[in-house]
Ligand binder design. Structure first.
Ligand SMILES: *Cc1c(COP(=O)(O)O)cnc(C)c1O
Length: 349
């Protein structure tokens, strides 16, 4: 079965042998205060800077998931209120998680539109939250838009959920203060590890607020990460696998090129079909890493089950779009021949 599910998704072929290496090296039973762990953690961060283009002055943290990052931001970075600008289910969930912890306002927009830039004053909080790649409907917020957001809103911190794009497309980290992702999407790894990166401004805000009520309070995480450590025992195997996958991968600019080219192939392929199409008409907001395909509900059911029988796992439609779409991951670990095979199966629709 080849998984085109947009997370968890196809893992890199090398993962089993890396798991084996980790076991043989003894890293899986290493204490997380040991020199061996510290060295693994430092190497992983260093490789992340080299390969994913993380700026030198941004701090990387290991978390357990993107969901945990939503909570860390709410707990440790929001002073009075956060503002969530979104058009789909993951943006909505982030808003829902946050408002259980802090005051939060939301502003939604249509999937055919570009992200709203100027947030109305009455909604404006001290952390602005955007979903860079909305996995539920295959839309994205471009770097250029984030840059404009930053120009209009100088004061608030800008936090970006890049769970289904980081590691697949080149992100301009300098355009926001907090970015996070989990590794079961574009990194092609098994689930159970998240990464969160923070600008100097975000760290400054965390230290100013100095919230220390949780094991994952950002102040404590920062104190630990200054020693390349974590506040709880982390997913050491996940970190090891991330290190190995980063070591193997090409620079993000190259990966980005491949992903964009493959997105264009999917877009053109869907334009030529009779009974299936891209869910979103406005190409300028299309995600490069998640392709939502829309059709009549009966046909969606048929395609999913026939695909399954042929060994392709397609992503279910999400939320509102459950019955009328399926989703295709365009993640780096998926091979050219696998995409070709899926296209050849979908050709008859
Ligand atoms: C998958 C996903 C999440 C949730 O990730 P977890 O690792 O399950 O916490 C959050 N946001 C987006 C945009 C996602 O695609």
């Amino acid at each position: 079965m080849i998984s085109f599910y947009p997370g968890p998704s196809r893992i890199h072929d090398e993962i089993p042998s890396y798991v084996n290496d980790a076991a043989e090296l003894g890293i899986l039973s290493a204490n997380h205060r040991s020199a061996a762990f510290v060295s693994l953690s430092r190497d992983t961060v260093e490789l992340f800077r080299q390969k994913v283009g993380l700026p030198e002055d941004y701090t990387l943290f290991f978390t357990s998931s993107a969901t945990e990052c939503w909570e860390i931001i709410a707990q440790s970075l929001v002073r009075t209120q956060s503002t969530h600008v979104f058009n789909g289910a993951f943006g909505q969930k982030w808003f829902d998680y946050t408002r259980r912890i802090r005051n939060a306002s939301s502003w939604s927009f249509d999937i055919e539109h570009n992200t709203e830039i100027a947030v109305p004053t009455e909604l404006l909080g001290d952390v602005l939250c955007y979903t860079q790649n909305e996995t539920s409907n295959g839309t994205q917020v471009h770097d250029q838009t984030l840059k404009q957001i930053r120009e209009v809103h100088r004061e608030p911190l800008i936090a970006v959920d890049a769970t289904s794009s980081m590691g697949g497309v080149a992100l301009d980290f300098n355009q926001a203060d907090v970015w996070f992702a989990s590794v079961q999407k574009c990194f092609g790894l098994p689930a159970g590890l998240g990464v969160m990166v923070c600008s100097p401004r975000a760290i400054f805000r965390a230290l100013e607020i100095n919230e220390k009520d949780h094991y994952n309070s950002l102040t404590l995480m920062k104190q630990m990460m200054d020693k390349w450590q974590t506040s709880c025992t982390p997913n050491v195997m996940g970190i090891y696998l991330l290190m190995r996958v980063l070591k193997d991968s090409r620079h993000i600019a190259k990966v980005d090129e491949k992903i964009r080219m493959r997105y264009q192939q999917w877009r053109d392929f869907l334009t030529e079909r009779k009974s299936i199409r891209h869910l979103v008409t406005n190409e300028s907001v299309h995600s490069y890493t998640v392709i939502p395909v829309s059709a009549e509900p009966d046909l969606i059911t048929r395609i999913k089950s026939e695909a399954n029988a042929k060994g392709f796992l397609l992503g279910e439609g999400y939320g509102t779009w459950n019955a009328t779409t399926f989703r295709i991951a365009n993640f780096p670990a998926i091979k050219k021949a696998e995409i070709r095979a899926l296209m050849s199966f979908l050709k008859k629709f």
